[in-house]
Every structure is written in C-alpha cells, then in structure tokens.
Design a protein around this ligand. Structure first.
Ligand code: A8S
Length: 241
C-alpha cells in the first residue's frame, strides 16, 4: 500500500494547499472496479452526488466533462479535465478546472440531509436517495443524529452553522488521483482503491477543515463504489442473473 502511494500519489501541496489520501477495500475483482472508475464520462455510475454528466469527444487526456451536482450541495456544476488515464497501471487523474462552487450556503435547510450526514460522520448511506432531496430532513437529522457530537469540528449548533457558511468554494485547484490494485480479501479476488487529492485552502478556513470537507465527499464516493461493485458480484453469483 505504501509503495502504491509513493509511486502514484505523490502530490506536492503548496503552502496554502492541503492534501490527503484515502483507501478503501472492495470485495470485487480489480478489473470490475476499474471498469467503473475509468469511465471519466460516466461518474454518475457510482458517485452519489452526481446527477448528470456530459463529456465532449473521445476519452483521452485533456477531455473535459461537465458534471451536474444534485441539489442540496454547495455547488451545482463542476467542469473537470482528464489528466491521466492508464489502463495498465489503473490510474485515473482528474482536475477541476471550473464550475459554480461559489453558491453560498446561508441556511441549513438548503442542504441535503445526506450531505450533512456525510459531513458530520463517517458516511453511512442510511438515507435513501429520495430523501436526499428533501431539505426538511435537515432539521430532523440535526436534532436526532447523535453523530453530530462526534465530529471533530462541530460541537454546537453555531459551529455547525459556521461550517456550512464555509461550504462555498472548496475545490479551487482541486486535483485527484485514483488508483485500483488487485488484492485478495478472505481468499477471494478483491481490490484496494486509493484516492488522493490536493486543493487550495480557501480564505478563512483551516487546512483541517478543508481536508475534512473534501474527505467527506471522497468517502461517500468510495463507499458507493464499493456498494455498486459488490452488488454486481452478488448478482453474477445468482444462477439466473
Ligand atoms: C469527486 C470529488 C469531489 C467532488 C466535489 C470532492 C463536488 O463534485 C461536489 C460538491 C461540491 O461542492 C464541489 O471526485 C464539487 O467527485 C459533490 C461540485 C466539485
């Protein structure tokens, strides 16, 4: 694992940037996981926050995709460029080159409960997708979800509000690298996925806050990637699937 990180995930963050690396084990073969990850033009196949994606031209280095993000998030669109796609080494690198991430979140009820949940705890995808878009759920979660208290940054309502005030513009000079490596899990073909990123720290935020924010999204994406792949494996096991 360390060797993979050294080889493929060596970002050089500047003074005003933060960087982090996340890993996920998936109970599915690496070729299956890679077949989803490599589809630069179809991130919605596993990313839970993406509603639509339009890519121009063929899948090649420099290709640009226009991603629409579900409502209830601190952004609506994101323009992303393919920096690296290596089918031998299983490396995909993407850079955010534009988009509207400046949507200021002024009110908790604008945010989707799923998003809040992702921010305040390890993203357990316990809310159904149809609930994601129901803003009224926010208050409910705020009041009932004890996990708010366990988050490293949020100890009071005021802090929670402050956090969402900062939910604008978190992806300046964002660049991510995702790699997919075969491994054996419990005697079966499995996959180690490593995702790392580097991003500017917006004014008024700390490095820790910025990392925490971005990591919340990536954890959701990786969890969802694992769910999708593991379901495909289960389906393939069934006799008349
Ligand atoms: C990815 C990683 C990230 C995506 C973020 C961090 C984003 O698509 C979402 C919300 C935002 O506020 C920023 O690999 C942005 O998808 C879900 C639109 C960039």
């Amino acid at each position: 694992e360390e060797e993979y990180v050294r080889r493929h995930h060596s970002h050089e963050p500047g003074d005003n940037q933060c960087s982090s690396t996340l890993v996920k084990h998936i109970r599915a073969p690496a070729h299956l996981v890679w077949s989803l990850v490599r589809q630069f033009d179809q991130p919605q196949k596993y990313k839970p926050f993406v509603s639509r994606c339009v890519a121009q031209g063929d899948l090649e280095i420099g290709s640009v995709r226009e991603v629409n993000v579900k409502s209830g998030l601190p952004a609506t669109t994101s323009t992303e460029r393919l920096e690296q796609l290596d089918d031998n080494e299983h490396v995909l690198s993407v850079k955010i080159v534009g988009g509207d991430h400046r949507l200021r979140v002024c009110n908790l009820s604008c945010l989707s409960p799923y998003f809040i949940h992702c921010l305040i705890s390890q993203p357990v995808c316990k809310y159904q997708l149809d609930q994601i878009l129901n803003p009224l759920m926010c208050q409910v979660i705020k009041e009932h979800d004890g996990s708010v208290l366990h988050s490293p940054f949020l100890h009071s309502d005021r802090q929670l509000d402050a956090m969402f005030q900062k939910a604008e513009m978190h992806c300046m000079n964002y660049c991510s690298i995702i790699t997919v490596h075969p491994m054996v899990i419990d005697g079966r073909p499995g996959t180690l996925v490593i995702e790392s990123f580097v991003v500017d720290v917006p004014e008024g935020n700390t490095k820790d806050e910025t990392c925490y924010f971005v990591e919340a999204f990536i954890k959701c994406n990786l969890k969802s990637l694992a769910d999708v792949c593991e379901q495909l494996v289960e389906k393939a096991k069934q006799p008349d699937a």
